[in-house]
Design a protein around this ligand. Structure first.
Ligand code: HEC
Length: 218
């Protein structure tokens, strides 16, 4: 029986017979058969990932930045990894299977942004493509538009649009660090990858999503 099953039992009902059997000295032979009798074990869907693979930021491409900017771009890559941008903006990362080919190119798994326990269909945002692709990414955003999105949560249509990205945590980035992030994002490969449209609360999302925490909108 794999260790994690013992640490995180699938459910209390599954645990109780296990304890009874263990007390009878039968645990050794019960093993997986016991769990096989459980109708659904959420741990079947659990995939172990190496944390580092989620946060790996793609390398900047030589030729996409001026040689005298190399240090700035490198700092930007370091910051993007450290601030976990890829944990949301990479397809698959939110469900533990980041697609290295689509690093920072947006997530087709969305994030619910109101209370899913209180609202049957919460709003869902899909972390957008932040590679320099002009059509599906931020290729035609100005440096300031990108910087304002990261530091002040200003969405593509003006003030206050960004609800889910943890920009308040980035609000104290220095101009220098922010410029490094922008310089880096401009110098990575442009990946063409369109994410699903955001879904307003009350509407049914057709693409998958996860939700973080518990948040009731007023
Ligand atoms: C917790 C998930 C999450 C993290 C971490 C995150 N973002 Fe975002 N980001 C989003 C989502 C979702 C949006 C869409 C707007 C919203 O939040 O409502 C977004 C929007 C953006 C936008 C605007 C692009 C557009 O097309 O609207 C930029 C630029 C951006 N993020 C860059 C970054 C950078 C750079 C980092 C790391 C410093 C980062 N994000 C970290 C989830 C995240």
């Amino acid at each position: 029986m794999p260790l994690r099953r013992r640490i995180f039992p699938a459910s209390v009902p599954a645990l109780v017979p296990a304890l009874v059997l263990a007390s009878l000295g039968l645990a050794a032979c019960a093993g997986d058969a016991l769990y096989d009798s459980v109708p659904y074990d959420p741990l079947e869907d659990y995939v172990e990932v190496e944390a580092a693979t989620i946060l790996d930021a793609p390398s900047a491409l030589a030729g996409r930045y001026a040689p005298d900017r190399a240090e700035q771009v490198e700092r930007g890559e370091y910051l993007v990894e450290l601030l976990g941008c890829g944990g949301c903006h990479t397809d698959g990362a939110l469900v533990g299977v980041p697609d290295a080919e689509r690093s920072l190119a947006g997530s087709r798994t969305g994030i619910a942004w109101s209370n899913p326990l209180g609202e049957r269909n919460p709003g869902v945002v899909y972390p957008p493509n932040i590679t320099p692709d002009v059509e599906t990414g931020i290729g035609n955003w100005s440096d300031w538009q990108i910087a304002d999105a990261v530091r002040f949560g200003v969405g593509r249509h003006g003030t206050g649009g960004i609800r889910v990205m943890p920009w308040p945590g980035y609000a104290r980035l220095t101009d220098e660090d922010l410029e490094a992030i922008v310089a880096y994002l401009r110098s990575i490969e442009a990946v063409r990858h369109r994410v699903p449209d955001d879904v307003e609360p009350g509407r049914r999302a057709t693409a998958p999503f996860v939700y973080f925490g518990y948040y009731r909108r007023r």
